[in-house]
Design a protein around this ligand. Sequence first.
Ligand SMILES: [Zn+2]
Length: 421
Amino acid sequence: MIVKVEDRGGKRYVIDPVEGPLEIKHGLPGEVRYCTRCVISNQRPSSSVEHENTKESTRNFIEFDKNGVCSACRVAELKHRDIEWEKRSRELVTLCEKYRSRNGHYDCLVPGSGGKDSVYAADVLRKKYGMNPLTVTWAPHMYTDVGWRNFQRWVHKGGFDNYLFTPNGQVHRKLTELAYRNMLHPFQPFVIGQKNFAPKLAAKLNVPLVFYGEHEADYGSPIAESYSTLQDTRFYARSRQSTTDLYFGGVVLSELPKHGISLDHMASYLPADIDDLTKAGVEVHYLGYYLKWVPQECYYYAVEMTGFEANTERTEGTYSKYSSIDDKIDPYHYWTIFTKFGIGRATYDASQEIRNLHIDREEGVALVHKYDGEIPRKYLQDVLEYLDMDEAEFFEIADRFRSPHLWRKSSNIWQLRFQVS
Ligand SMILES: [Zn+2]
């Protein structure tokens, strides 16, 4: 199908032969295509730009090659077929050798929440690579019971020191509300705070090595990045002078006081200072570059190590039970992605599991049809209270972000124009 896209008065439209011009919001690609291997669509924002401190959350999208295969599937292909993991593991040994503490001090930071990936990362670094990690946590908005129990297990059963940072609750609520209203991205302040936190702490504590788990490229950042172990500094650091163009919740930093947020309370959200990081020699690595990262195996490992607990019921909007279950807002993060881009949590889970060879595409398609876009109800009251809005307003705001080239309203029900098949 050839899709005609036109620019009119600064807005983009798909010209539908029957319905006429349909606006394309969020800078999305006009033509909707699905990966021929997994179930992701080309409307998926590339992960590293999704959460930037800009006014709008999206500008770049996952890339498809000429065979219609997404970059995340290409990376998975390398991971399962071409990468010499033995060699990568030796590179990790060399890196650890360089930083390993011999005087009882910490020698690396492992950011995480006590979810399956961070439990695995910290434990494998200690047991297999002889490191002495300090685990560091940027607190969720609102802990779920199971999330809090898993966090406690990490410290008590896993036996790790942990540095838990909880941002000012008043400020974090306000920023989250702004991000919901202005960008339909309630997770943005959390993501910004979290990504900047560990490198800043690394400089302060003089523990210059930071290990994240899974690599961004596993989820569709440009494929070239999969050959790099280092996280791009631009992701978490700036020069001290250049914070004036940073946006939080769609509001430029200097305007936040108009929304009741004092700039004195924004320190924890600001990027690390690049000079501080250079002076301390901070390096942020992806463990997923060195070790073949398979989320399901991290889960089994975490169960074994700390008694990590999955949910008894599947997570709303998908079929999985053990991924990202520690924050009551998390289901709404995925639901807002579904509303803006037509890609729900089941699409993310199924795509990942197809890439890791746990399910085939046909099963993935069926799971997407069954669960994608289900409205999460379990924590709705908590989330409404947190955002200080009622249910009608919550859904009315969300509807404003539906892009007409993806959505049609029929008999008062929103329906996607396209679905993976
Ligand atoms: Zn794919």
